[in-house]
Design a protein around this ligand. Structure first.
Ligand code: AMP
Ligand code: GLY
Length: 422
């Protein structure tokens, strides 16, 4: 295998973490990112092609003679970017459009799970406003209503208020023609990122995201306000069941598709009091911010792992992990998630903490360098501060020590990341 020229598609904190991991891989010669952000420009060469410009990304990869493209976000995968790259003879980490339907359609994911007897909540398709009251009667509160569209984690309503649930159902039917009403699963959530191809799969360390904007998991859902890894709730006995009941059947299903699945299968879990796992959702890509806490725990060569997966030979790979914990805290713009104030100056984010095995540094997300060379905010989730240490408590402490050094007018962050584990 010759040296890898890698192109990462995307521009968030996840893509910054991917670029860092690839830049540190002995197998990787050069790293490019499109469109990238202020952070990726520090470890990779940024390009201006948008993630939704499939032809442009293929042309860029050919131009760079990239032999590995790693696709960060879901939308280009759903739109067939991996299909086009493979047609052009370029290895792509990220599934083809058929595999990406697992994330594009929650109904499709439910149908696959039902056919494989993978544990997940019961569900109903509601497509008629007159059947809304009887549909609500079929499930106990809280009600879970999901639009069957890509909505960046924001198309879901979970509410014990019958009026709110009714409204969400009616709105969903009005917008899309139908909506899903799901059984509410209770317990604690965890995410498992599985690097999967037809030859096998490797589970990365488990993590837990914090999807709600407010302390103690309150307020509206966001793209994710922080994460930590490993997640103690996904104990080895729970993971044994997750593997047997969820990952094995999904792998069997995906490896036998016409075009096998090659990429990350993100398994979003609810683990109940008895340690029984149920699937909340599948995503077809690395999680954000889960990637920021998962990739730094890999001590072996990331480029080699992702290329092996993109070429369908993950079984040959051995992935080695650091004996550390990681925590990341997202710094969000004023108004996020409803709206985001952008164009504001950021300072202090260049600071790094290094004390023995403990470290902390910034993963950049919605950031750009403006015309005057200043680092400014350009999105809702601006950056996340990641701490690594031998214990989770120290990793969290390092992340908070660093985030307090960063200034961005009006910004906010949760001060309770990892509280369930600490
Ligand atoms: P999703 O986009 O499907 O991951 O849903 C977003 C969030 O809504 C999840 O992370 C959960 O916190 C919550 N959620 C979704 N589905 C369920 C469910 N069936 N039971 C309980 N909570 C859920
Ligand atoms: N952190 C949730 C997601 O990436 O979908």
């Amino acid at each position: 295998m010759g040296p890898i020229t890698a192109l990462v598609v995307g521009g968030g904190g996840r893509e910054h973490a991917l670029c860092i991991g690839l830049a540190h891989s002995p197998s990787v010669d050069s790293v490019h990112c499109s469109p990238g952000n202020a952070g990726t420009s520090m470890v990779a060469t940024n390009h201006e092609v948008s993630t939704t410009d499939t032809e442009g990304i293929v042309a860029l990869a050919l131009d760079l003679e990239a032999n590995l493209v790693v696709v960060g976000p879901e939308a280009p995968l759903v739109d067939g970017l991996a299909d086009s790259l493979r047609q052009a003879g370029i290895s792509c980490f990220g599934p083809h459009s058929e595999g990406a339907r697992l994330e594009a359609s929650k109904l499709h994911a439910k149908e696959v799970m039902r056919s494989l007897s993978v544990p997940t909540g019961d569900y109903l398709v509601v497509d008629n406003p007159s059947s809304v009251p009887s549909a609500l009667d079929r499930f106990d509160a809280p009600w879970v209503i999901k639009r069957d569209v890509l909505a960046a984690g924001k198309g879901v309503t979970v509410s014990s208020d019958r009026q709110v649930a009714e409204q969400a159902l009616l709105e969903g039917i009005d917008l899309d023609g139908f909506v899903l009403l799901e059984q509410h699963l209770s317990g604690e959530e965890a995410s498992v990122l599985v690097v999967m191809d037809e030859s096998g799969y490797i589970c990365l360390p488990t993590s837990q995201d914090h999807k709600r904007v407010g302390e103690g998991d309150t307020g509206p859902n966001t793209g994710g306000m922080g994460a930590y890894s490993p997640a103690p709730v996904a104990s080895s006995s729970v993971m044994h069941r997750v593997t047997r009941e969820i990952i094995e059947p999904m792998h069997h299903h995906l490896r036998n598709q016409k075009t096998p699945y090659r990429g990350c299968l993100y398994v979003g879990l609810m683990i109940d009091e008895d340690g029984s796992p149920g699937v909340i959702e599948f995503n077809v890509r690395f999680g954000d911010p889960e990637t920021q806490v998962t990739l730094p725990l890999i001590s072996s060569d990331l480029g080699q792992l992702l290329l092996a997966c993109a070429e369908g030979r993950v079984k040959e790979e051995e992935c080695v992990f650091h004996e550390l914990s990681a925590a990341t805290v997202v710094l969000a713009s004023e108004g996020y998630p409803a709206a985001s104030s952008t164009g504001r100056k950021i300072s202090g984010s260049e600071i790094r903490i290094e004390e023995g095995l403990t470290s902390a540094y910034v993963h950049y997300a919605g950031t750009v360098i403006d015309g005057e060379g200043r680092l400014v905010s350009s999105g809702g989730r601006v950056l996340s501060v990641t701490g690594l240490a031998p214990t989770l408590g120290d990793a969290v402490a390092a992340a908070y020590e660093l985030i307090e050094c960063i200034e961005l007018e009006g910004s906010h962050y949760r001060s309770d990341i990892a509280y369930r584990a600490l």
